[in-house]
Design a protein. Structure first.
Lengths: 471, 72
């Protein structure tokens, strides 16, 4: 029987990852990943499933699979491949969904995602590439690392007392009711590869027939991080690794399982917008804001707790209610109070390219470091409002109009220093001419439900508005 | 070499010299060479005759496209 063994048509002809390596993978010499990829590609081509296949990639050595397989592919965050694959599978019931994950990805950070996808019996095949180490990051201890195996983070070898036992994922998955096929195979010699090919083909057939979840653990050699020659690494799998992780088919219900059909409701975008309550806003004909520029950039900066984030949020929300395009980008440290924080707001008549504000038209600086940092960035036709209650000295290199607003003192006189940001809101609303006092009052009454808060904030915004008239 | 016999070809520009094909060739016709390819690896070459088309070398090779076996 005539047969040609060559590069599978399920692979791209050229791999566009790097100009210098257009025909080769990024895997190290002798790596099991390359062999596994070849088996999957050969079987996809043989079963004619290449066009139906959607790969979900992991973080780890397998991350680049989208460069290699000429099928659809999605990348996922570390450990989340099974969860992302759930979405892919649910949204594309006719697809062959393939989650390709390593042991750091699936058995450590993503254990819960993997187990729950299996427990739901999602229509997907999971390739769990187990090389019992973190490969891409340089050989750290993984949950699957063998007892006494040396890793960079276990220089004396894995100890049971310190690190627990190596995790047998296939056996755990086989203990669940939902999976249709659970097996462990190897790619360390021709005999094991032929066995692996049979199991992988079966797993893909299960996906073709929509018979639920297939989990195939593959013992894969990592010569680089095991610090062995490829030949010794392959032998080590037979001699040592497979003693901890025995080969076998742990569960196979292919014959008795029926196809799993899940409802997949397709809705038009207009319907989604309606469900989210966006239609009314889009159809509203309220008048757009008058602004000095078609696109205005704002920066609100101060200590954390002074309300610079909520000040930006209030301006953005008010502008959004007037049919403007808006973005709000907060920047803050891990502290809830203290530290420095700022928010960037863009208000525009046209769609906004970036939420980043480098040269604000309007800067509000509630503390001195903020004024020193952002003040010189404001262009000549811009304006700066600084909190003169806390800042007694202003930098010499400011180019634009500068207003000294004693925001903290004004807020204190209306009842609480916390309202300094609302004082500023009243001030800049009048100075920029964007809003009327009545607009501000309506907005604040909608935002603050408690009467006591409403009263304080209305007083604060009025104080700011009056100050803008006097300065 | 006649048309009817199986053939094996190693594409030296794609070979990373891991040597897995060498140890699994039952006819021992593959061997390491001192040729360094553009990727910087010492490549494996076909150094003998008598390929039986078992494709062991193809299936253990991690690189797609590095080995072609034709079984007539």
């Amino acid at each position: 029987m005539s047969k040609v063994f060559e590069k599978s048509p399920a692979f791209f002809d050229t791999f566009e990852r790097k100009p210098s390596m257009q025909k080769t993978t990024h895997y190290c010499p002798g790596c099991g990943h390359g062999i596994i990829g070849k088996i999957i590609a050969d079987q996809l081509a043989e079963l004619g499933l290449q066009d139906q296949a959607i790969f979900v990639g992991p973080v780890g050595c397998g991350v680049f699979i989208y460069y290699y397989f000429e099928s659809s592919a999605v990348s996922s965050a570390h450990g989340r491949a099974s969860a992302v694959a759930t979405g892919v599978s649910r949204a594309n019931p006719d697809a062959v969904t393939i989650s390709y994950q390593g042991d750091g990805d699936l058995a450590a950070i993503g254990t819960s995602n993997a187990i729950h996808a299996a427990n739901r019996g999602e229509n997907m095949i999971v390739f769990f590439v187990n090389n019992n180490i973190y490969g891409m990051t340089g050989g750290q201890l993984a949950p699957t690392t063998l007892i006494d195996q040396v890793a960079t983070t276990a220089p004396y070898g894995r100890s049971i007392k310190n690190d627990g036992f190596p995790l047998r994922m296939a056996e755990m998955m086989a203990g669940l009711e939902a999976p249709t096929l659970v097996a462990r195979v190897g790619v360390n010699n021709p005999r094991n590869i032929r066995q692996a090919t049979k199991v992988i083909k079966k797993g893909l057939e299960i996906q073709r027939d929509k018979k639920g979840y297939a989990f195939i653990e593959i013992l894969s050699q990592c010569p680089t991080n095991w610090k062995k020659e490829p030949k010794e690494a392959c032998e080590w799998i037979d001699e040592v690794v497979s003693k901890q992780y025995p080969f076998g088919v742990f569960k196979d219900l292919t014959e008795e399982r029926e196809a799993v059909e899940r409802p997949c409701k397709r809705v038009e975008f207009a319907e989604v917008a309606k469900q989210l309550g966006l239609v009314e806003t889009a159809a509203s004909d309220s008048k757009q804001l008058e602004m000095a520029h078609d696109e205005m950039h704002f920066k609100f900066a101060g200590f954390g707790g002074q309300g610079v984030l909520s000040l930006g949020m209030m301006l953005a929300q008010m502008s959004m209610q007037r049919n403007m395009e808006v973005t709000w980008l907060p920047s803050y440290g891990p502290e809830v109070r203290g530290g420095v924080a700022n928010s960037s707001v863009v208000v525009s008549k046209t769609p906004i390219g970036t939420p980043v504000v480098d040269n604000p038209n309007v800067l509000v600086a509630l503390n001195r470091p903020s004024l020193e940092k952002f003040g010189p960035l404001v262009p000549e036709d811009g304006l700066i409002v600084y909190n003169s209650s806390l800042i007694d000295q202003i930098p010499a290199d400011l180019k634009c109009k500068v207003y000294a607003l004693p925001a903290t003192d004004l807020a204190s006189t209306v009842g609480t220093v916390k309202a300094a940001n609302v004082v500023v809101l009243g001030f800049i609303a009048r100075k920029t001419g964007m809003f009327e006092l009545a607009d501000l009052e309506v907005f604040l009454c909608e935002t603050f439900k408690k009467p006591a808060l409403q009263e304080v904030n209305l007083k604060a915004v009025n104080a700011g508005w009056q100050a803008a008239g006097n300065l | 070499m006649t048309k009817d016999k199986p053939t094996v070809t190693i594409h030296g520009d794609l070979c990373k010299g891991c040597g897995l094909c060498i140890i699994h060739c039952p006819k021992e016709i593959l061997s390491a060479s001192d040729k360094i390819n553009e990727l910087g690896y010492l490549t494996t070459v076909v150094s003998g005759e008598g390929c039986i088309g078992c494709a062991n070398c193809y299936i253990v090779c991690p690189e797609p496209g590095a080995i072609t076996v034709v079984r007539p």
